[in-house]
Design a protein around this ligand. Sequence first.
Ligand SMILES: [Fe+2]
Ligand SMILES: [Fe+2]
Length: 334
Amino acid sequence: MNQLVARAVLRGLAAGRSCNRKVFTSAAVVEKPFDESASMWRGQGGFIHGAQWRRAMSTAAEKESAVAEKDRKGSGVAEKKKEDGGKMVVSSYWGVSRPKITKEDGTEWPWNCFMPWETYRADVSIDLGKHHVPKTFLDKVAYWTVKILRMPTDLFFKRRYGCRAMMLETVAAVPGMVGGMLLHLRSLRKFQQSGGWIKALLEEAENERMHLMTMVELVQPVWYERLLVLTVQGVFFNGFFVLYLVSPKLAHRIVGYLEEEAIHSYTEYLKDIDNGQIENVPAPAISIDYWRLPKDATLKDVIIVIRADEAHHRDVNHFASVCTICLHHFLALC
Ligand SMILES: [Fe+2]
Ligand SMILES: [Fe+2]
């Protein structure tokens, strides 16, 4: 079973995709000056690779640079846009601007924090009940660390799951960034490729950040919660950084158990939506575009896809913990 998970994860890593991105379909088109990449987009079943996008971006930028230079010699600023409140916003600089991207319905793509090819449909069929039984000493340390960490969060948030999810997502996005950063530095030091792990971990961090961007649309943090996030982030980032240097195996195992707890919390969240204690409000627009949800999607649909993401993070991190030899030597296969 572990081997099956391992192979599935590694196939994803080798393809340069996020572990939690299973289905890719066309959700948007890119207009001129992005024609070339738009055909790649359609030609590959709706998916354009990040590297292709970056290459296309630089090509588009070069073309636009020539036009911009011709039109506005010496100004440096290519285009200005008027925003609400009368403030002028620079939308292009020295020809480096975002190409016009539209959705399938012809409306403009509204997000800068993610692009259409970064959207996906979550695999909600994933096994939510999977649990790594702690066997080794390190497993037990990781398991009980997470159980102990859960106690203060239970006391503080009780059943305020919206608030709880928003606050915990500020922490959940840290491990992937720390792990990805440290592996990135190791790749530079050792003149070695990463075997896909850097990208996988950074994409996990980005996915967690999108969870936060969604939750913050639903629950606005108050001043003392912002203060708490500052404190927790300062402690957690540095603590996890040191832990990852000492034992990536333990660090990934802890994240695996944290993800198991996240699945549990989101399941309880869904129960409260089902029994009417939490209102099933319409899904935020950002979540509809990011997870390709139907336009009439609700909070419940959003929580279901976030929970599926957490289950993928759980599998990747438990796998990374088992296969630390892959991490240490940047092997795509053990
Ligand atoms: Fe999350
Ligand atoms: Fe997660």
